[in-house]
Design a protein around this ligand. Structure first.
Ligand SMILES: Nc1nc2c(c(=O)[nH]1)N[C@H]1C(S)=C(S)[C@@H](COP(=O)(O)OP(=O)(O)OC[C@H]3O[C@@H](n4cnc5c(=O)[nH]c(N)nc54)[C@H](O)[C@@H]3O)O[C@H]1N2
Ligand SMILES: Nc1nc2c(c(=O)[nH]1)N[C@H]1C(S)=C(S)[C@@H](COP(=O)(O)OP(=O)(O)OC[C@H]3O[C@@H](n4cnc5c(=O)[nH]c(N)nc54)[C@H](O)[C@@H]3O)O[C@H]1N2
Ligand code: SF4
Ligand SMILES: [Mo]
Length: 715
């Protein structure tokens, strides 16, 4: 037996935990947390430990599949790639480029080669029908970043390790391991905060795992946060609790912000949210008086109708109270490869708004994409210019987007569909051809996304753990681009990426990007050696580059290097904001989601060891609401919304607030034709058969999952 140890970054969630993998030849013997990783310090969760099970899962596709009627046939790569490209080209020739839509799912951002190459594949398709999981997730954060700081990726993160007051609106890092806050080992970091005398507050419609750890917890009605946040801003102005410090000189729009929030009193916020007015005022004061404090808001205040307003106001509160770009407040990371400032393939555009609009609902493009809530109707509503073909890359929108059942039906009617995915699941079952990339352990990894959102600057590269003769996502993208787009039609940067990647894989590109980055050739000016890929290879546990550093105004990407506190689109939206009158009807409940440590969106339910233990796909309901309807714990109920209905078992629990019910997303594996034997035994119901594609954030079009009105009856 020749045991070797391999170190790598776990690519499953945003925490970037270091893994220590024990291999016997190419067989995985054990996976543990890497105690020598300077960032994650040995932390690991059950998903990371089960990473080998993706590798060994007999249901995982190893070869391309081509549909033949109701059946599938395994095909060689050359045939499958030709078939995919021919099908797309034929459709686009006949009906125009916009007849093909493309969707990028969440795992793309956890995949180095996909980050580099999928934008080029999207470009090669030349379609304006571009969608991604972004508009079912963090688009409001990106919108606020673009509007205030001049770049969609300038999303501030809470400096968790140095703050003394951590206020969380709608995030559950104890289960999700953090989001737009890469903070591996969140629990111990929160414990350390408490041990240094700090305080933590969670506001959520559910008493979450994070709420249990926090010093203080308050129920808040879904979609009411905007009133609370606006009341905090109003209170700060009213009392003169403003401390903008050195940023004062670069702030625009302070007066406009003050005027826009003037009508949002703590009393109104209390009535809307269920919080106490005096408590809201006291929170504003505490934020002003605590030297190191930060407000952090995540999915709960993003995937709702007021997502963009919430993210804007959260940034504004941190700025007004002197907790922005300062230790212990909201800060910007300085990653070794920086997509905000990097050249070529690594660069992400600043962002854009309204350059084109969706065909049916006239929703504006944001940052080059249309809202995924509009995808199904773009396919089904008749018209010469409707979408007839689809490319789905590492996504499962049938389970993950609002009104997923409507998209399910729409996909069944398409002329042609390509999936790049290693599972035959609820979405890829509609494809004409499935192109399966290698699984995570067979590819190299440098995290291009989450170093940017991390609470500490670190860098780490991992080679592939297991050699592979399969195709990576970037190989597949290259092959399709070669078949779809003549080289002469590529831009310079695109052509360069293409040629370099084909010759030498992502590594040479990573090397160039590191040299161009803040720790690269610029280090020479400080008398230091540049950080190169060679250095990273010498430090397989990763390199610590220190705590977050103040970065303003230099890092701002606004033209005048100033912060816009009152962007026009957000001022217009807050002027239209009206109190929610629907709160009275006791028959209507507000639906929210729920994440569990052992789930990862829709796609790890086929991994046996993650599916043991108590059922976790039930509808949680408060005892008062259950009693009123004659529902007992374990009963099966019918849940009906404006968009659809499901039946599911109930868990009666005081952990959700009265008037609210909670169902996790990512279930609904009872659809015919999938090849997920374990997941099918834990089918559950899909929350997105209830969520309504017509409910979107009117500012940026993000899906508004939270607070979907539903009625629940026993069956
Ligand atoms: N109601 C409700 N809906 C939600 C949410 C919610 O909280 N509530 N959360 C939303 C959020 S935050 C997100 S990010 C989205 C996620 O939405 P999606 O990204 O659409 O869904 P996933 O379940 O992540 O599906 C990932 C797919 O990629 C495949 N895959 C995994 N790794 C790779 C890889 O390396 N390469 C390729 N090619 N394929 C791969 C998997 O097999 C799976 O099919 O869901 C959103 N939907
Ligand atoms: N184990 C696990 N980890 C994951 C994932 C997973 O599926 N499983 N998914 C990953 C992905 S893609 C993402 S984007 C992140 C998400 O990371 P988080 O944002 O931390 O995830 P959630 O658990 O969805 O937290 C959202 C919280 O908002 C609450 N909420 C709902 N509506 C409202 C509201 O109107 N107001 C307020 N204040 N709160 C509300 C919910 O009850 C929930 O507790 O997690 C990532 N990590
Ligand atoms: S917390 Fe996230 S990154 Fe860490 S082991 Fe679990 S899935 Fe992987
Ligand atoms: Mo997400």
């Amino acid at each position: 037996m020749t045991i070797r140890i391999h170190y790598r970054t776990c690519p499953l969630c945003e925490a970037m935990c270091g893994l220590e993998i024990e291999l016997d030849a190419d067989r995985i013997v054990a996976i543990r947390g890497d105690a020598a990783d300077p960032f994650s310090r040995g932390h690991v969760c059950p998903k990371g430990v089960a990473l080998d099970r993706i590798h060994t899962d007999p249901d995982r596709l190893r070869k391309p599949l081509i549909r033949e009627g109701e059946d599938w046939r395994e095909a060689e790569w050359a045939e499958a790639l030709d078939f995919a490209a021919d099908g797309l080209r034929r459709l686009q020739k006949r009906h125009g480029h916009d007849s093909v839509a493309v969707y990028l799912g969440n795992p793309n951002v956890h995949n180095t080669g996909s980050m580099l190459m999928m934008p080029n594949l999207v470009r090669a398709l030349q379609t304006r029908q571009r969608y991604s999981a972004t508009s079912a997730d963090q688009l409001p954060h990106m919108f606020a970043a673009w509007a205030m700081f001049g770049h969609q990726l300038l999303m501030p993160v809470p400096d968790l390790d140095r703050t003394d007051l951590f206020v969380v609106f709608g995030g559950n890092p104890a289960a999700s391991n953090g989001s737009i806050m890469t903070a591996p080992d969140f629990r111990n970091r929160l414990r350390a905060l408490h041990e240094r005398g700090g305080h933590s507050i969670v506001l959520d419609p559910r008493r979450t795992e994070t709420a249990e750890l926090a010093r203080e917890f308050h129920f808040v009605r879904p979609e009411s946060d905007v009133f609370v946040l606006a009341a905090i801003v109003q209170t700060l102005f009213r009392n003169g609790w403003i401390r903008t410090g050195r940023l004062g000189k670069i702030l625009d729009g302070t007066m406009a912000l003050q005027q826009a929030t003037a009508r949002f009193s703590p009393e109104l916020a209390a009535e809307q949210s269920g919080l106490d007015a005096a408590w809201i005022e006291a929170l504003a004061r505490k934020l002003f008086e605590t030297p190191r404090a930060v407000v952090y808001g995540r999915l709960g205040v993003s995937t709702q109708r007021h997502g963009a307003l919430c993210q804007w106001l959260i940034n504004a509160i941190n700025i007004l109270t002197g907790h922005f770009d300062e230790a212990g407040g909201a800060m910007f990371a300085t990653p070794a490869i920086d997509p905000v400032t990097a050249p070529g393939a690594f660069a992400t555009g600043r962002g854009s708004f309204g350059r084109w609009r969706s065909r049916v609902r006239d929703l504006p493009e944001v940052h080059g994409e249309l809202p995924v809530a509009a995808l199904a109707e773009e396919m089904t509503v008749p018209g010469d210019d409707r979408v007839r073909g689809f490319v789905c890359i590492a996504g499962n929108p049938v389970l993950s987007t609002p009104g997923g059942h409507l998209l399910d039906a729409a996909l069944a009617e398409l002329d042609f569909m390509v999936s790049i995915d290693f599972y035959l699941n609820e979405t890829s079952r509609h494809a004409n051809v499935i192109l399966p990339p290698v699984p995570p352990l067979e590819r190299s990894h440098y995290d291009l996304a989450f170093h940017l959102l991390a609470i500490r600057n670190t860098a780490k590269y991992s080679p592939a753990a297991i050699p592979s003769d399969g195709l990576s996502d970037w190989d597949i993208a290259l092959e399709l681009i070669d078949r779809l787009q003549p080289r002469r039609k590529m831009g310079v940067a695109q052509k360069l990426t293409h040629v370099v990647l084909r010759r030498s894989g992502p590594e040479l590109l990573l090397e160039l990007a590191l040299l161009a980055g803040p720790y690269g050739l610029r280090a020479l000016q400080r008398g230091r050696l540049p950080l190169t890929l060679k250095t990273l290879r010498q430090y397989p546990h990763g390199i610590d580059l220190g705590p977050l550093r103040p970065a303003l105004p230099e890092r701002l990407q606004t033209k005048d290097k100033r912060i816009e506190l009152a962007p026009t689109l957000l001022l217009e939206a807050i002027a239209k904001l009206e109190p929610d009158a629907s709160s009275g009807d006791p028959d209507v409940l507000m639906l929210i989601g729920r994440r569990h440590l052992r789930n990862n969106n829709s796609w790890l339910h086929n991994i046996g060891p993650l599916m043991t233990g108590r059922r976790r796909d039930t509808l949680w309901m408060h005892p008062d609401d259950a009693k009123r309807r004659g529902i007992k714990d374990g009963d099966t109920v019918q849940v009906v919304s404006d968009a659809g209905n499901v039946s599911i078992a109930v868990t009666v629990t005081e952990k959700v607030m009265p008037g609210v019910v909670s169902l996790p997303h990512g279930f609904g594996h009872d659809r015919p034709g999938i090849r997920l034997s374990t997941a099918a035994r834990h089918a559950g119901a899909s929350i997105n058969d209830l969520t309504d594609p017509n409910r979107v954030d009117p500012v940026c079009g993000n899906a508004a999952f939270n607070g979907t009105p539903v009625r629940v009856t026993p069956v």
